[in-house]
Design a binder for this molecule. Structure first.
Ligand code: 6PG
Length: 222
């Protein structure tokens, strides 16, 4: 069962996320010489990635992977990998492994399966959550094909073509952080905490998962 940690605002979530990521990185590098981190897409983690990029880490030992990617050209501003590069985080890490989503969903899923297969368990997986309870590019009401990396078609959040790590791949981690902020997430947070069947709830139902959520999303109005 994941632990909820309630924080006052996005800046506090970013500060806590950076602290937890840095701590896991030091532990992983001390134990195995590397730190493997699966990055969340979307806008919520930008603050965290910027803060991380400006911090003092054993960067050559960091290996960055992605939980999902949008099937857009490599340099498109809406790519998750471009977002990470723009924060400076990609350039600090010893290894940066974008999902080659410019190849198309099927080819990219095949290629990325080979990339991550032997990286499990990841030291840390970062996730966001959408207003409908999706996480990575795992959307409600979808059947997941077998395998570690999925080709996603007709995604309700544009673009429709995406690539996503499947639940077993995302759950193969020593620690997981889910970053939740923004008033638009209130309904999905309430449904999640009430035991709703949501992709994020399924993926993050782990003892090693922590949900860093804005306090205002949890407090019942009135
Ligand atoms: C994506 C993300 C997606 C994101 C959520 C939350 O490619 O869109 O991987 O899963 O994490 O939709 O997005 P925001 O952080 O922008 O609200």
């Amino acid at each position: 069962m994941a632990e909820w940690q309630l924080l006052n605002d996005p800046a506090a979530i970013a500060a806590m996320a950076c602290e937890r990521i840095g701590r896991m990185a030091r532990r992983a590098i001390a134990a195995r010489g590397v730190f493997s981190l699966v990055l969340a897409g979307g806008s919520t983690p930008v603050l965290t990635y910027r803060q991380l990029a400006g911090s003092d880490q054993d960067w050559p030992a960091w290996r960055l992977f992605y939980g999902d990617e949008r099937c857009l050209p490599r340099e498109h501003p809406e790519r998750n990998s471009r977002m990470v590069e723009a924060t400076g985080l990609a350039g600090r890490a010893g290894e940066h492994h974008p999902i080659p989503a410019e190849l198309g969903a099927e080819a990219a899923a095949d290629a990325y399966t080979a990339t991550i297969r032997d990286q499990r368990p990841f030291d840390m997986v970062l996730l966001g959550v959408g207003e409908d309870g999706h996480t990575a590019s795992l959307f409600p009401g979808r059947e997941y094909a077998p395998g570690l990396v999925l080709a996603v078609h007709d995604a309700p959040k544009p673009p429709p073509e995406r690539v996503s790590l499947a639940p077993p791949a995302l759950r193969a981690c020593r620690e997981m952080l889910v970053l939740v902020s923004g008033a638009s997430k209130r309904d999905t947070v309430q449904a999640w905490r009430a035991g709703g069947s949501l992709p994020v709830a399924e993926v993050a139902d782990l003892p090693q998962a922590t949900i860093l959520a804005e306090r205002s999303l949890v407090e019942v109005a009135g």
